[in-house]
Design a protein around this ligand. Structure first.
Ligand SMILES: [Mg+2]
Length: 234
């Protein structure tokens, strides 16, 4: 058995900046008095979790870190994200990245492969994006790990492995797991749980920069379906 855990942004899809603008607008809508006419500061989204970003925004605008405030903010955020991702005429902004559909098609036909998401997006944010880009059918949303599970991405690998093991009734060992992502934080998160790591330079980091973080495998994009499947199944 293999468990393959995919990051979303920069790995499967490019939302064209919609995620960032939705977080900023969500903060304005959820806490208009705290934000006032201040600029929402630039957000470092690469490999971040939505709960981590929530902490940063709350600190910046002196909003109390309570579960109620987090929920209020994330609800506004997902509402804005839906409106920004899909225009009124039904056109979806951004795109699915090169090779992703063919790779997921191939992997989902293999009997001993479990596909999951390991993402900084909240569960709702992840579902919203996967629905918008037609990728939801490949993933089982009650396994995987999300930015709503923990603010620290390095904790998410353990969460995903535990959930997939329960769901499949198969105790995945770290050696059976691969984390696929586009940032140094994806590589770190894979290493933290003992998984293999596949880095792909389709997000904000060039391959030379990713190489410095020593992923087990490094690709410019996910277009070489057969080669990737054979490496993943090694
Ligand atoms: Mg990413």
């Amino acid at each position: 058995m293999r468990l393959l855990l995919f990051d979303i942004d920069g790995t499967l899809v490019d939302t064209g900046g919609v995620g960032r603008s939705s977080l900023q607008e969500g903060m304005r809508l959820a806490f208009p008095e705290a934000v006032g006419d201040q600029e929402v500061p630039p957000l470092d989204l690469a490999g971040a979790t939505d709960l981590g970003l929530t902490r940063f925004l709350f600190e910046t605008f002196e909003v109390e870190q309570t579960p109620e405030n987090e929920t209020a903010f994330l609800d506004f955020y997902v509402g804005v994200l839906r409106r920004h991702l899909i225009a009124e005429d039904g056109v979806v902004r951004g795109r699915v990245l090169l090779g992703v559909n063919a790779l997921l098609d191939s992997l989902s036909l293999l009997p001993d492969v479990a596909l999951g998401l390991l993402t900084g997006n909240t569960l709702e944010g992840a579902q919203t994006k996967m629905d918008a880009y037609g990728l939801a059918r490949y993933f089982c949303f009650d396994s995987g790990a999300y930015g709503s599970d923990h603010w620290d991405r390095n904790e998410l690998g353990f969460v995903a492995i535990t959930r997939a093991s329960e769901k499949r009734d198969h105790p995945f060992s770290p050696g059976q797991v691969t984390v696929i992502g586009d940032t140094p934080k994806d590589i770190a998160c894979g290493k933290a749980c003992g998984a293999r790591t596949l880095a792909v330079a389709t997000g904000g980091f060039e391959s030379a920069s990713l190489a410095g973080h020593q992923p087990d495998h490094l690709l410019e994009d996910l277009s070489s379906t057969e080669e990737i499947v054979s490496w993943l199944m090694q």
